[in-house]
Design a protein around this ligand. Sequence first.
Ligand SMILES: [Mg+2]
Ligand SMILES: [Zn+2]
Length: 239
Amino acid sequence: MTERRLGRSAAFLDRDGVINRDHGYVHRWEDFEFLPGVVEALRRLQAAGHALVIVTNQSGIARGLYGEADVERLHERLRQHLRGIGIELAAIEYCPHLPASTVPAYAVDCECRKPAPGMILRAAQALGIDLARSMMVGDKSSDIEAARRAGVGHAFLVATDGEGEPDALSPDLAHLLRLKLLQDAVEAWLRPEHVDAGPPARLTEATGATGATEAKDATGATGATGATRAADATGAIEP
Ligand SMILES: [Mg+2]
Ligand SMILES: [Zn+2]
């Protein structure tokens, strides 16, 4: 049961709809609106020793809506803002591609646009991340799928903005918990019994959860009432 801890763990976070409100193709700091509880959630993840890595599809670039320079400028502002309040982002990875783009340079069937795992793998390589001990939070099934393909051990799907259900999940991912905000996922992830969990828990689906869900693990034990228990994807989904 003792497990050798090799690399550092990371929290891979989608950007739009997880960190900031997804107004659609956000590319200016003036339009960047943090979702509730995000700063505190980042702080808690960092304090627990997880590298903070943003992985974001930015097809607005391939669609000609804005340029890479805009995205990089926005990300630099974000980094500076967070650094000013003591939060350090280990990496921000973005994918500018879209196969159907009319801009040849971006009309690429790339390995980084989620659900492809390229951004996660790139950051993991650069930072020496132990993917199995890491987690992903996204608001689309493509985020969760990218995590699965990369070998990220834990994933959380959030539905922000009170817009109801997140993307429909593929059937094999239906056991993932659906939460409302990043802070709910962090709450679940940082629960002590989860961090040092033994066998992976197989969870029942918690549909429409808004932070107060309960799930059953493989042994039949249940999490505390009113709390959220993390989905441990290791061993629960086929690679
Ligand atoms: Mg998103
Ligand atoms: Zn790409």
